[in-house]
Design a binder for this molecule. Structure first.
Ligand code: NAD
Ligand code: LMR
Length: 328
């Protein structure tokens, strides 16, 4: 029997990630090849004409799984009945801007959209925040949508996770699909800690295969940390196709489950695991089953890693305070 359609909201749908993401969703890359979808696309009034153009292209592409399109500048209409919300809308970082510069522009957007989601989304709606500062926007959304379960509000660090897989695959000249269990800890920012301590290729630990501690502790980490800035420098625009693809990976694994023996990185509400302060949206290694994520427990954390986990937690604590000061 055909499945009922799932309603997927994409905010900022007329922007560049939106333009890459909506066809992926309509093709079944996010929710599976047998899952019909109805796309809800939200943007702001100045982008209304462009948004309508995206809607026209979706119609023209004749996606068999796409059962309807709502394209609107009205947050209430956009949020009504949605089962999945991918929050891309916001003010992007431009070349030379620090992420903190975009904070005040974005937290007020996330405060007001929290209310629309809380009131009008379907019960148990899963929320993924992509727009930067992603962790802190997600935290603000959580704080201002208190009736949405905190487990349902996440942010995207899967792009960083995938970047880490890509770097290891290139270094070892192995297929990216053979690299497993890297971890992104913390913030989607340059303080994030891409950790390969527990990563493997086949049955072999990545640190043993690479045998270049200096690269692992320095070049690898800074390449992943700075990849977003490197893309902006090269494209004069922030990453879009890789962000869209990673957003699909994030939701697919959350809804459909992670493969046995594999974890992924997601920005989730911290419960104090690994001595990360509770009450931050922090990227952890997670496994997903039955539509719920769980933080992987019991991984050893060496002294080098401990410092990096703490550093990025400190930045998130500062961002949280800054976000609240922007709202007051
Ligand atoms: P973009 O400027 O091309 O698109 C953003 C869209 O959001 C625009 O169409 C804009 O009109 C719209 N918008 C602005 N305010 C809005 C509001 N209140 N409601 C709805 N829509 C609104 O930017 P982009 O390149 O698509 O990037 C989007 C965001 O994603 C940026 O914040 C960027 O920094 C972030 N990003 C995050 C990651 C990640 O891994 N977490 C990766 C890449 C980019
Ligand atoms: C990325 O990681 O590519 C983006 O978050 C960069 C940015 O700041 O928009």
């Amino acid at each position: 029997m055909a499945k009922d359609p799932v309603r997927v909201l994409v905010t900022g749908a007329a922007g560049q990630i939106g333009y890459a993401l909506v066809p992926m969703i309509a093709r079944g890359i996010m929710l599976g090849p047998d899952q019909p979808v109805i796309l809800h696309m939200l943007d702001i009034a100045p982008a209304a004409e462009a948004l309508n153009g995206v809607k026209m292209e979706l119609v023209d592409a004749a996606f068999p799984l796409l059962k309807g399109v709502v394209a609107t500048t009205d947050a209430v209409e956009a949020c009504t009945g949605v089962n999945v919300a991918v929050m891309v809308g916001g003010f992007p970082r431009k070349e030379g801007m620090e992420r903190k510069d975009v904070m005040s522009k974005n937290v007020s957007i996330y405060k007001s959209q929290a209310s629309a989601l809380e009131k009008y989304a379907a019960p148990n709606c899963k929320v993924l925040v992509v727009a930067n500062p992603a962790n802190t926007n997600a935290l603000i959304l959580k704080e201002f949508a208190p009736s949405i379960p905190e487990k349902n509000i996440t942010c995207l660090t899967r792009l960083d996770h995938n970047r880490a897989l890509g770097q290891i695959s290139e270094k070892l000249n192995v297929q990216v699909s053979d690299v497993k269990n890297v971890i992104i800890w913390g913030n989607h920012s340059s303080t994030q800690y891409p950790d390969v301590t527990h990563a493997t290729v086949g049955d072999k630990p990545v640190p043993e295969l690479i045998k270049d501690d200096e690269w692992l502790k320095s070049g690898f980490i800074s390449t992943v940390q700075q990849r977003g800035a490197a893309i902006i420098k090269a494209r004069k625009l922030s990453s879009a196709l890789s962000a869209a693809s990673s957003a699909c990976d994030h939701i697919r694994d959350w809804v459909c489950g992670t493969p046995e023996g594999t974890w992924v990185s997601m920005g989730v509400y911290s419960d104090g695991s690994y001595n990360v302060p509770a009450g931050l949206i922090y990227s952890f290694p997670v496994t997903c089953r039955n539509g719920e994520w769980s933080i992987v427990q019991g991984l050893s954390i060496d002294e080098f890693s401990r410092k990096k986990l703490d550093l990025t937690a400190e930045e998130l604590t500062e961002e949280k305070a800054l976000a609240y000061s922007c709202l007051s």
